[in-house]
Design a protein around this ligand. Structure first.
Ligand code: SF4
Length: 369
């Protein structure tokens, strides 16, 4: 196991991503594949360009399918809970949307509105209701194509999901599920069945599914890849990201249940300001020292957030890096700019959420496909 542990339920400790590539048996998202994506898409999203998405499974085959006219589809999801969505949650959706836009692929978004209840993270199903709707609106607000995006909730769509889930579930025995997901004797039997439901959407079309997600989600789809050939279906392809740092420092987790580690999509401007001011940086103890020695952007969460979400321009990011290293830039100014950017992003996002309320019905999957 080593000194780190990554399962779909928790990510803790210092993460060695190269070691994870080895351990998970995924492939590095290297130069060759990136330039192929760039050639086809006419550019690269910063999350790909900067290697935040750093690994994959079968992405080369997805590109073959695309170039040879077979196409592919995208699959992602979000389990609603009483912890609202934060900035890190939107990263896989941003990547999914980008692939949709550049490759014209359909996107299926599963809303497992039973999972947190089964995991005993929330007390009632009713409680999940408002979070499910809020999450769906937040997702739509990220700009998905209404004609190519299908959002479905497990509790509503179960009649279409159950039969294929049964086919899947017959191929997963308990010892495998326990090894992959870390179930124990306290796990509810509902939670133990849940992985079957999460695999089903990978069979929605007779094309290869591509799943953009955090590396911590890979175990689910490893299981899918074991089963798919037995059901005569495509193995899921994945494009895998690192995890966005929480505000407490390098590779700390952003957790909605500990609000000071994360910026929530619902945070008002003053809260954003307070959280960023208190964020862990690579700054020195005094201004004098910072001027003399420079900061350490490599361990700075503020710099990390610029590089992941809040500075698209590579040249400007590099300028910020050097200004920090040479002591020209001080943390106060650097943080104030980030606060501005986050707040203007959130303001625009919330306007798009309002807009999404009017067109939510266009995205909900009614099974016509
Ligand atoms: Fe981080 Fe900016 Fe301070 Fe450098 S100047 S350590 S990038 S907050």
């Amino acid at each position: 196991e080593g000194d780190f542990s990554v399962t779909p339920w928790e990510a803790k400790g210092k993460i060695d991503y190269d070691k994870l590539i080895q351990e998970f048996g995924v492939e590095k998202l290297g130069e060759e594949l990136l330039s192929r994506i760039e050639r086809i898409a006419g550019g690269l999203h910063p999350l790909l360009r900067r290697n935040f998405f750093f690994a994959h499974r079968d992405l080369n085959l997805v590109l073959n399918d695309y170039e040879e006219g077979r196409g592919f589809f995208l699959y992602t999801g979000r389990a609603p809970s009483n912890s609202p969505m934060h900035i890190a949650h939107i990263v896989p959706f941003i990547a999914t949307r980008w692939f949709q836009e550049k490759f014209g692929a359909n996107v299926y978004i599963q809303i497992p509105d039973e999972e947190k209840f089964l995991a005993k993270k929330v007390e009632t199903l009713e409680e999940i209701e408002k979070y499910a709707v809020q999450d769906i609106l937040n997702i739509i607000a990220l700009g998905f194509d209404e004609n190519k995006t299908f959002i479905f909730r497990d509790t509503e769509y179960i009649s279409k999901l159950y039969k294929p889930a049964v086919l899947v579930a017959r191929h997963i025995n308990f010892s495998t599920a326990r090894a992959v997901f870390g179930f124990d004797n306290e796990s509810t039997i509902g939670l133990i069945f849940y992985p079957a439901l999460q695999i089903v959407p990978t069979f929605f079309e007779k094309k290869r599914p591509l799943i953009p997600c955090g590396i911590d989600q890979d175990p689910y789809f490893r299981l899918q890849r074991d089963i798919a050939p037995r059901l005569n279906r495509y193995k899921a392809a994945e494009v895998l990201s690192k995890l966005v740092w929480g505000l407490k420092g390098p590779e700390t987790k952003m957790s909605a249940s500990e609000p000071d580690t994360a910026i929530l999509l619902s945070d008002p401007p003053e809260t954003v300001k307070r959280k960023i001011i208190n964020a862990y940086t690579g700054g020195r103890a005094t201004v004098e020292e910072q001027r003399r020695l420079g900061g350490v952007p490599e361990v700075c969460t503020v710099f990390h957030w610029y590089s992941v979400l809040f500075e698209d321009d590579d040249k400007k990011l590099l300028e910020r890096y050097h200004a920090c290293r040479t002591g020209k830039l001080l943390c106060g100014e650097c943080k104030a700019e980030l606060v501005e950017r986050i707040n203007s992003f959130l303001e625009r996002h919330r306007a798009r959420v309002k807009d999404a309320e009017k067109k939510m019905h266009l995205y909900l999957y009614d099974g016509k496909l």
